[in-house]
Design a protein around this ligand. Structure first.
Ligand code: 6PG
Length: 473
C-alpha cells in the first residue's frame, strides 16, 4: 500500500523538507501551530503549492491525509515532540507512522518507539543532516526503524535524499534510536572537524599573522586536495566574506564565543557511558564551552599575560599544517566510527558501518571526499579501527610527523590546539605497549584494595603496601 504524507512544523527545516518532498512528486499535507506560517509558506511555494495541502488545525490536518499516513514531525527537539505525539495519538490508526525528523536525543527516540508499541500507530526517528540547503535539495538521512518501515518509506527517503554519484544518501541504521544515535555521532564529528579547522585558522591568523583573504586562499587550495570537504569549502567562503557595514573581513567582526544546541555534547556524554575514548570530540565540545567564557578569558589574559602566539619564522609551513589536519581528521573519524561499533554491540543494532560512511558522502555537513575512501576501508575492516585500514594506515604513517610538528609549534607559542593535540595523544597512547596504568592500579589497590593483575601471571592480587590504611596486621 502507498503511504500518504503530512508534515508538521514549517520552520526553516520543516518548510524546506516539505518543498523537497513536493518537488519529488509526493503530495503533502502541511500544518503549523501558528496558522500565518502555513499561509505564508504555501503562498511562497510557487508551482509546488499545487502538491501542498495547507491545513489550519491538527484535526483538519489528519483528516486531509488518507490512511495509511506518514506524518513527519519537524518541531523543536524535546518536550514539543512528546506533546505533538500526544495530540496526534487519538487521531491516528493502524498503519499510520509518525516520523520524528528533528535532532532528537536517541534515548528519547527509544522511549517514544516503546511508547508507540502500545498504540495502533508506529513511531520512528530519523536523523536528517545538511542544514536548510540539505533539507531543501537533498539531505543525508539516517533512518531508525524496523525493516518493514524501510520497506514502506525507503522510497521517500531515497527520493528526497542527496545523491553521491547517483547513490542515495539515505539508509536504515537499525531499530529504535539507531538513526538518531548515528546522527548524534555525525554531529560530534562535525564539532571535531570544525574545531580542528578553527585550530588551523588560529595557527594561520595568530601564528603566521595571515589576514583573512590569505587564509581564504589556503582553505580554497586545501579544498582541492585530500581535505576537500564541505566544511573546508565554507571555511574558505566565510574567510573571503567582507562585512557590508564596516568593509572589514567578516570573520574579524564576529564575536569569538561558539554556540551549541547540544548534540555534540550528547556525543561526548554517550561516549563516556559507553567507555569509548573520543577525545577529539570531547576536546571540541570543551573548546566551545571555553570560548563562551569571554570574561574569564579576558581576566586570564590580564593576570597571566597572553602567550605570544606568533610563531618564529619558519616554525611551521602551510603544507605541514595541511598534513596535520589530514592526520587529525583520520584520528577523529576513527574515534567516531569506533563509538558507533561499540554502540552497535551494546544496543544490539546492526549498524552498517560502510553504509554510514557512504550516506555521509553527500548532503550532510561533514560530507567530504575522504568519506568515500572510508566507506571502502570500512567495508573490509570487520570491526577494526579505521587507523588500521588502508589507505588510512599509510596516510597516518605519512602525516603523523606533521601533526606532531604542528602541535609542538602551537604549544611552544601558546596557541591552544585542544582537538589536534588530543588526537595526537590518543594516537600515541594507542601505539604504546606498556602504558602507565600500572601505577593507577597500584594506587587503587593501595587506597581501596581494588587488586590488580601481575604481568607474570603470579596470583598475588594485592601489593606489599606497608603503610596502606588497608594493610593487614
Ligand atoms: C546538520 C547539523 C545540524 C545541527 C547544527 C547545529 O547535520 O545539519 O548537524 O543538525 O543542528 O549544526 O548544531 P550546534 O548548534 O550544536 O552547533
Amino acid at each position: 500500500e502507498t503511504m500518504n504524507f503530512g508534515l508538521i512544523g514549517l520552520g526553516t527545516m520543516g518548510g524546506a523538507l516539505a518543498l523537497n518532498i513536493a518537488e519529488h512528486g509526493f503530495p503533502i499535507t502541511v500544518y503549523n501551530r501558528t496558522g500565518e506560517v502555513t499561509e505564508h509558506f504555501t503562498a511562497n511555494a510557487g508551482e509546488l503549492a499545487q502538491r501542498l495541502t495547507p491545513t489550519a488545525t491538527l484535526e483538519e490536518f489528519v483528516a486531509a491525509i488518507k490512511p495509511p499516513r506518514a506524518i513527519i514531525l519537524m518541531v523543536p527537539a524535546g518536550p514539543v515532540v512528546d506533546a505533538q505525539i500526544d495530540a496526534l495519538a487519538p487521531l491516528l490508526g493502524p498503519g499510520d507512522v509518525i516520523i520524528d525528523a528533528g535532532n532528537a536525543n536517541y534515548a528519547d527516540t527509544e522511549r517514544r518507539t516503546c511508547r508507540a508499541g502500545d498504540e495502533e500507530f508506529d513511531f520512528i526517528g530519523i536523523g536528517v543532516s545538511g542544514g536548510e540547503e540539505g533539507a531543501r535539495h537533498g539531505p543525508s538521512i539516517m533512518v531508525g526503524g524496523q525493516p518493514g518501515h524501510w520497506q514502506r518509506l525507503g522510497h521517500l527517503f531515497e527520493a528526497i535524499s542527496a545523491k553521491y554519484e547517483g547513490v542515495p544518501c539515505a539508509a536504515l541504521m537499525g531499530q529504535g534510536g539507531a538513526g538518531h544515535f548515528v546522527k548524534m555521532v555525525h554531529n560530534g564529528i562535525e564539532y571535531a572537524d570544525m574545531q580542528m579547522i578553527a585550530e588551523a585558522y588560529s595557527l594561520m591568523r595568530d601564528g603566521m599573522g595571515q589576514d583573512s583573504t590569505r587564509i581564504a586562499r589556503v582553505f580554497e587550495q586545501w579544498n582541492r586536495g585530500p581535505l576537500a570537504s564541505y566544511l573546508i569549502e565554507i571555511s574558505g567562503k566565510v574567510a573571503r566574506a567582507t562585512d557590508p557595514i564596516t568593509g572589514a573581513p567578516m570573520l574579524d567582526v564576529i564575536r569569538d564565543a561558539a554556540g551549541q544546541k547540544g548534540t555534540g555534547r550528547w556525543t561526548a556524554i554517550e561516549a563516556q557511558h559507553l567507555a569509548v575514548p573520543v577525545p577529539v570530540i570531547e576536546a571540541a565540545v570543551a573548546a566551545r564551552n571555553i570560548s563562551a567564557r569571554t570574561d574569564e578569558r579576558a581576566k586570564g589574559a590580564e593576570v597571566f599575560g597572553q602567550m605570544p602566539r606568533a610563531l618564529p619564522e619558519g616554525a611551521l609551513d602551510l603544507e605541514t599544517l595541511e598534513r596535520a589536519l589530514i592526520a587529525g581528521k583520520i584520528l577523529c573519524y576513527a574515534q567516531g566510527f569506533e563509538m558507533l561499533s561499540v554502540a552497535a554491540e551494546k544496543f544490539f543494532w546492526d549498524l552498517p558501518m560502510a553504509t554510514i560512511a557512504r550516506i555521509w558522502r553527500a548532503g550532510c555537513i561533514i560530507r567530504s571526499d575522504m568519506l568515500n575512501d572510508m566507506a571502502t576501508a570500512l567495508e573490509g575492516a570487520e570491526g577494526e579501527s579505521l587507523i588500521h585500514a588502508e589507505p588510512f594506515r599509510s596516510l597516518l604513517q605519512e602525516h603523523e610527523a606533521a601533526l606532531r610538528e604542528t602541535v609542538i609549534a602551537a604549544m611552544r607559542t601558546g596557541i591552544a590546539v585542544p582537538a589536534l593535540s588530543s588526537g595526537l595523544s590518543w594516537f600515541d597512547a594507542m601505539r604504546t605497549r606498556r602504558s602507565s596504568a600500572n601505577i593507577i592500579q597500584a594506587q587503587r589497590d593501595f587506597f581501596g584494595a581494588h587488586s590488580f593483575q601481575r604481568l607474570d601471571g603470579v596470583d598475588a592480587p594485592h601489593g606489599p603496601w606497608g603503610d596502606s590504611p588497608l594493610a593487614e596486621g
